[in-house]
Ligand binder design. Structure first.
Ligand SMILES: *[C@@H]1O[C@H](CO)[C@@H](O)[C@H](O)[C@H]1NC(C)=O
Ligand SMILES: *[C@@H]1O[C@H](CO)[C@@H](O)[C@H](O)[C@H]1NC(C)=O
Ligand SMILES: *[C@@H]1O[C@H](CO)[C@@H](O)[C@H](O)[C@H]1NC(C)=O
Ligand SMILES: *[C@@H]1O[C@H](CO)[C@@H](O)[C@H](O)[C@H]1NC(C)=O
Length: 633
């Protein structure tokens, strides 16, 4: 027993000695750990300080603190981070003064601990618009409910609310008014260029203080100036505020260009005083939503609206509901996730729609159902692998641009619905290699086809526009402009289109194979004056590098050798020879009396043949058949 005790004691002593050496062995590591701890502590401290400073902190930073980034994918977000974010928002809203910092922090803690137990709070039919209509307080409550419920799918909704809250909080009245069009008072230092009916405040850099223009609140000093066009592009404007956009001159402005700024928020009533606003350019800003109310104010005059290259992810149904006068709309370059026909509802006059660079892989067949007048559609720079069916089936559509898409070939009847397309543009296609048999069939109205700069395009099928002898209306016969420059085409068929009808025919920059098939292009009528790069032969080797206009058909094609350069001439010669032979033959027969004998022999033939008799009999039988029968007694 005593031995055991002693042993235990010994082990304890050994252990206590052994412990320290281990620690000292790993001294470096331990040190590093320590400094890390210190750093973490420091970070915590600064974080705490930051929290206290929240009143002056932008929500962006708050959001970053919370680990949520604007550009991040919604799905990637950790739900756990959400409560933290929410409490930040609340703090920000309440704007507690720094003096009460301890209290603030405590209250935050309490807030988290004492949060009510989640009730059933699923809000399936809530849209962003509903949220917007609600009071801010109410929305915060909703936010809390959603957070408590923590359904991952609602994060997008929550983000929307915080965005809106942020927008409302951000940038309270900073009315810094500048004097513009002040050439008379300070001729060397005029802010904005004002001329005739245009005020141009683009790309302003000022010398004193903040060099950037962040407002549209400028005082126009020029007398009797009526700014019909107002340009404020490439500045750092972040908000369009009520009564702060060209105040007192609103009614003159017809064209307002505020593209390339940092606009994140637009007040609802900002366009109310703009009674003559027809064109509004808002592209290249950071707008996240399309607010119906904003554009409602200009609904009677607005013809053109450019919302391209913003950060719009969702266009809610009926967003453009009241813009029945709008003719041109651009939503280019926005990461819009879902395409539904309802988002275009109400755009009764829309003629041009641009959806370039929207990451569209396909479009629903009914997407443009509410656009009865859509004539022109641009889908450039989308990863389309097929031509969307709606393109071929939309009766009103006349111009389509499918350039820079992932199409690999133009298939048989690719556009043939019941299509009235007049212009098709397929430029700079990274994968397009071939236009198949009948690829442009069924396009009786097609006037312009542009296939420029398709470096892999090698083949245009001879029947690409319809069979050579096809029915009228089937062959695309109206074509007047065919452009295929800078592609990889070496041959095209003489019969592909009616080249005589072409007003524009550009073929430069292709590796032409100058042989009997392409000999027709060597005719004098083709001067290729519209080509910026004159077309050249690449093969055969003997003609490599020669301009098409300098090559004689006889050099390219053996058969053409004795018939001269013009193919047309050869056929004329052939016809002349044929007529000559017939004339000689006829003369010989007449002069030798053979013709007279022939005529006499024909006359001797019996006049009524067996078949004639039979036919007559049948006619008679028919006639009796049609006699009305006597009534039976
Ligand atoms: C949501 O649906 C409920 C009934 O399910 C209805 O009472 C409520 O008004 C709807 N809310 C909205 C915003 O449509
Ligand atoms: C409205 O704008 C047009 C140009 O779009 C201009 O001709 C017209 O004078 C403007 N009307 C007023 C009242 O300024
Ligand atoms: C389309 O092509 C681009 C390259 O041009 C490629 O990055 C993208 O993944 C393609 N998209 C699809 C859906 O194939
Ligand atoms: C161009 O076409 C030729 C065949 O006509 C082919 O051998 C070549 O690889 C093509 N070039 C490109 C860039 O596709």
């Amino acid at each position: 027993m005593r031995l055991k005790f002693a042993l235990l004691f010994l082990i304890l002593v050994v252990y206590s000695f052994a412990y320290n050496p281990v620690k000292s062995n790993d001294k470096d590591k331990a040190l590093a750990d320590n400094s890390k701890k210190v750093k973490v502590k420091k970070a915590e401290l600064t974080a705490a300080q930051d929290e206290d400073d929240e009143g002056s902190k932008s929500l962006d930073e708050v959001e970053e603190d919370a680990g949520i980034d604007d550009d991040e994918q919604d799905d990637d977000e950790d739900v756990k981070e959400v409560p933290k974010k929410k409490s930040h928002v609340k703090q920000k809203k309440s704007k507690k003064p720094p003096a009460k910092k301890d209290k603030t922090r405590k209250s935050k803690k309490n807030d988290q601990e004492m949060r009510p137990i989640p009730e059933s709070t699923s809000i399936p039919n809530m849209t962003s618009f509903d949220f917007f209509e609600m009071a801010r307080e109410h929305r915060i409550d909703k936010l809390r409910e959603i957070i408590n419920d923590t359904p991952t799918g609602d994060i997008a909704k929550m983000r929307q609310i915080t965005e809106e809250l942020k927008d409302e909080i951000e940038e309270e009245d900073d009315s810094n008014e500048y004097q513009a069009c002040n050439a008379d008072t300070s001729p060397d230092n005029e802010l904005c260029h004002c001329d005739v009916h245009e005020i141009d405040c683009s790309e302003i850099t000022m010398e004193s203080g903040d060099p950037y223009l962040r407002t549209l609140d400028v005082a126009i000093m020029k007398k009797d100036f009526e700014p019909i066009t107002a340009k404020f592009t490439k500045n750092k404007i972040s908000r369009l505020q009520n009564d702060k956009v060209l105040p007192k001159f609103e009614k003159f402005v017809s064209i307002l260009d505020v593209s390339y700024n940092e606009i994140r928020f637009i007040d609802n009533d900002v366009f109310k005083p703009f009674t003559n606003l027809t064109k509004l350019y808002l592209s290249h800003n950071v707008l996240q939503t399309v607010k119906k109310d904003v554009f409602d104010a200009a609904k009677n005059t607005l013809h053109r609206l450019d919302l391209g290259y913003n950060r719009i992810k969702v266009v809610s149904d009926n967003s453009f509901d009241t813009l029945s006068k709008l003719k041109v709309l651009s939503l280019d370059g926005n990461p819009i996730k879902a395409w539904r026909k309802e988002m275009f509802k109400g755009l009764d006059s829309l003629e041009e729609l641009s959806l370039d660079n929207c990451n569209i892989e396909n479009l629903p067949a009914d997407i443009f159902e509410y656009l009865p007048k859509l004539v022109k559609l641009s889908l450039r720079e989308n990863p389309l692998e097929e031509i969307p069916a709606v393109v071929a089936h939309l009766k009103s559509l006349k111009d389509i641009d499918l350039s820079v898409t992932n199409l690999t070939e133009i298939r048989d009847h690719a556009f043939a619905g019941d299509s009235d397309l007049e212009e098709i543009i397929l430029e700079k296609m990274p994968f397009l290699t071939v236009v198949r048999d009948c690829g442009f069939c069924g396009l009786p109205q097609l006037k312009t086809l542009i296939l420029n700069d398709n470096k892999y395009l090698q083949e245009l099928h001879p029947n690409a526009f319809g069979y050579i002898k096809s029915q009228p209306g089937h062959k695309s016969a109206a074509i007047t402009s065919l452009q295929i420059h800078n592609s990889n085409i070496s041959t095209i068929s003489e019969h592909m289109v009616d080249y005589d009808n072409l007003k524009t025919f550009q073929v430069g920059g292709n590796p032409w194979n100058c042989n009997c098939d392409t000999q027709f292009m060597l005719e004098e009528k083709f001067a290729f004056k519209q080509d910026s790069v004159a077309p050249k032969c690449t093969s055969p080797a003997g003609l490599n590098g020669r301009l098409l206009v300098t090559v004689r058909a006889s050099d390219a094609c053996e058969d053409a050798r004795f018939l001269g350069r013009s193919g047309r001439f050869s056929s004329v010669l052939g016809l002349a020879l044929l007529v000559g032979f017939i004339a000689i033959g006829t003369y010989y027969m007449v002069s030798s009396g053979k013709l007279e004998r022939l005529v006499r022999r024909v006359r001797k033939e019996p006049e009524v043949t067996y078949t004639n008799l039979q036919n007559a009999g049948e006619d008679f039988a028919l006639e009796t058949d049609f006699q009305p029968r006597p009534a039976e007694v």
